[in-house]
Write a protein that binds this ligand. Structure first.
Ligand code: PLP
Length: 397
């Protein structure tokens, strides 16, 4: 008799954004003429940078000819991209990460979800609350049901402290999804010191690092001393360069990083992650990786930065508008997400905004218990739609 993985019954039956899509579809059906504006899901709206488009066109031509045709690429990613990442994202920022410590993938979601395969079944996991649901769901699917929740609340500036944390592996995400909060170097250093002191591991999700504009806020966990021995970092071109539909990201696993076997002997994680990827993944496409490479060209850097500045401009408008409406807000400064204290039930706020303003938000409760009472408003939309949505919010609120 075929048996199911019963851990699947322990996660919420639908992914948060599927539930939102369901309610939005119902609203549209009930009111077919309503022009619904989506400030919910964190999907980009602006086109790819011209330098990226040109690079991908050239790559298509490569694939259409004999001379530069590429079949299967290296599972870890092409050297041309890994070397650019090591140079621009790390060496130029004074960070010691080598190209062969970088593994290119088809995005951070898969890597965040898959990384837990490297750890023993009884590994204790901790995540922030509220949290990007993938960290929790993938661990629950693997049978790790007892996940420690670290409250990220207004009182701690939405950044938890390691004191008292019992976990072996902690997921940290800054700039944060959903709260939009950033962590200072001192706060991250505290986590790094704690991890190193107890042979623990940090999984640092830096998917939104490109939104950081405030000087001194770390873009990488490796800006902290000692992080090479206790941290894995994930990055994504999704929000950095509008690649949500193209799919590319990478994970950094430093050579110095180890976990421990049953006898307490260190086992290097980089060969394990490499083995995992080379076994279960066949690489991001050549065309995609040529596009990602172009993000690091002089033009690519300027063009992608301009697009992020545009989204940050939206975030500022959202933040200021909600402050004017009399709401407490966090985020929206070095982040595309504004985290609004809605002074009540977050799904009720979601439904009210959907029906009365025809604007989609994301209920904070969908990200965890500590998200109750909040809404996440995303800055990913056209300026026109953001202004229109804020006008509608103003009328309702
Ligand atoms: N990590 C966080 C915190 C995210 O918010 C997202 C996307 O929304 C991802 C990872 C996934 O990124 P990707 O599109 O590269 O899979």
């Amino acid at each position: 008799m075929i048996r199911v993985n019963e851990n699947y019954s322990k996660i919420k039956p639908t992914y948060l954004f599927a539930e939102i899509a369901h309610r939005v579809a119902a609203r549209q059906k009930a009111s077919p003429d309503a022009k619904i504006i989506r400030l919910g899901i964190g999907d980009v709206t602006e086109p790819l940078a011209p330098s990226v488009v040109e690079a991908m066109h050239r790559a298509v031509d490569d694939e259409g000819g004999r001379e530069n045709f590429h079949g299967y690429g290296p599972e870890q990613g092409y050297a041309f991209l890994r070397e650019k990442i090591a140079d621009v994202d790390f060496a130029r920022c004074g960070i010691d990460i080598k190209a062969d410590e970088i593994l290119v993938s088809d995005g951070a979601k898969c890597d965040c979800g898959n990384i837990q395969e490297l750890f023993a079944a009884d590994t204790k996991i901790a995540v922030g609350d509220p949290v990007y649901p993938v960290y929790v769901d993938t661990n629950v699917m693997a049978g790790r049901l007892d996940i420690e929740l670290l409250p990220c609340i207004a009182e701690n500036g939405f950044v938890p402290r390691p004191e008292g944390c019992r976990a072996d592996v902690v997921y940290l995400c800054y700039p944060n999804n959903p709260t939009g909060a950033v962590a200072t170097k001192a706060q991250l250093q505290e986590w790094v010191d704690w991890a190193n002191a107890g042979k623990r591991l940090l999984i640092f999700d830096a998917a939104y690092e490109a939104f950081i504009r405030t000087p001194g806020i770390p873009h990488s966990i490796y800006e902290c001393e000692g992080a090479r021995t206790c941290a894995i970092e994930m990055r994504s071109y999704s929000k950095t360069a509008g690649f949500t539909g193209i799919r590319c990201g990478y994970t950094v696993v430093p050579e110095d990083l180890a976990a421990y076997d049953g006898a307490g002997n260190p086992v290097a994680l980089k060969p394990m992650w490499t083995r995992r990827q080379t076994t279960k993944f066949n690489g991001a496409s050549y065309i995609t990786q040529r596009g990602a490479e172009a993000v690091y060209s002089e033009r690519g850097i300027a063009e992608t930065r301009a697009t992020i500045d545009f989204y940050l401009g939206n975030a500022k408008l959202i933040r200021e508008a909600f402050e004017k409406f009399g709401y407490k807000v966090a985020g929206g400064v070095d982040s595309p997400y504004v985290w609004v204290d809605v002074k009540g039930d977050s799904w009720a706020f979601f439904d009210r905004m959907l029906v009365e303003a025809n604007v989609v938000t994301t209920p904070g409760a969908g990200f965890g218990k500590a998200g109750e009472g909040y809404a996440r408003i995303s800055a990913f939309n056209s300026r026109e739609n953001v202004i229109e949505a804020l006008d509608r919010f103003g009328k309702v609120l």
